[in-house]
Design a protein around this ligand. Structure first.
Ligand SMILES: Nc1ncnc2c1ncn2[C@@H]1O[C@H](COP(=O)(O)OS(=O)(=O)O)[C@@H](OP(=O)(O)O)[C@H]1O
Ligand SMILES: Nc1ncnc2c1ncn2[C@@H]1O[C@H](COP(=O)(O)OP(=O)(O)O)[C@@H](O)[C@H]1O
Length: 207
């Protein structure tokens, strides 16, 4: 039987070097950029592009990619709703630690349930959780089918695939929405520019 959530008699230990010291050292403010959207919507591409742009500006970031984390930290989890919830919960907690270390943490996961994303938001100081919605139509994602998973889902060889026979709840009030213009998806560097401009505007790229 699971003993999750059963810790008792535990105490918080404060360390002398705090978040403000780390932010001063790095000359930036820690935050979480949370990218949500269907499989194939361009989450990983955007995450890497933001990471590259920030790196070129001398800013420290780290990408937490759903697919990658499922090779390690989350390899015990599947895709039923409760596993996805636990997946998001863990990544939210890790993202919070990165932000506490002063980094710009970029999390890219389908994160299909609003409740799970909102729970991650509530872990962070107000305004430090920046939700980015990759609002790409299912048809676009399915046409790309970079991993061939939509084909398998349509053939019934994968059950519970997001967008096909599993839900995706779009954000109701995200900070940034990426969408097509006249049926054309912006290039990755353009999408990344939109996010980095937001970070700049909100003061995250300075101590
Ligand atoms: N059933 C099902 N539904 C959705 N996605 C599936 C499924 N099975 C495997 N995959 C692959 O897993 C990647 C999504 O992992 P995530 O951790 O981001 O998912 S979630 O946030 O827990 O919903 C997702 O990667 P991305 O394409 O990068 O989104 C898929 O490659
Ligand atoms: N802005 C874009 N314009 C055109 N193709 C893109 C764009 N972003 C991503 N792609 C392509 O779409 C496919 C899925 O992108 P990916 O970043 O892996 O999505 P996700 O992480 O959401 O599954 C890849 O083949 C990628 O090259």
């Amino acid at each position: 039987m699971s003993s999750l959530g059963n810790s008792t008699n535990i105490f918080w230990h404060e360390c002398p070097v705090g978040k403000p010291d780390k932010q001063k050292l790095l000359q930036q403010k820690g935050c979480v950029v949370w990218i949500t959207g269907l499989s194939g919507s361009g989450k990983s591409t955007l995450a890497c592009s933001i990471g590259r742009e920030l790196h070129s500006r001398g800013k420290l970031s780290y990408v937490l990619d759903g697919d990658n984390l499922r090779h390690g930290l989350n390899k015990d989890l599947g895709f039923k709703a409760e596993d996805r919830a636990e997946n998001i919960r863990r990544v939210g907690e890790v993202a919070k630690l990165f932000a506490d270390a002063g980094l710009i943490c970029i999390a890219s996961l389908i994160s299909p349930y609003r409740r799970d994303r909102d729970a991650c938001r509530s872990l962070l100081p107000v305004a430090s959780f920046i939700e980015v919605f990759m609002n790409m139509p299912l048809e676009v994602c399915e046409k790309r089918d970079a991993k061939g998973l939509y084909k398998l889902a349509r053939e019934g060889k994968i059950k519970g695939f997001t967008g096909i026979d599993d839900p995706y709840e779009p954000p109701l009030n995200c900070e940034i929405e990426i969408q097509q213009h006249h049926g054309i998806c912006p290039a990755p560097n353009v999408m990344a520019g939109q996010v980095v401009s937001y970070l700049e505007e909100k003061g995250f790229l300075h101590a």
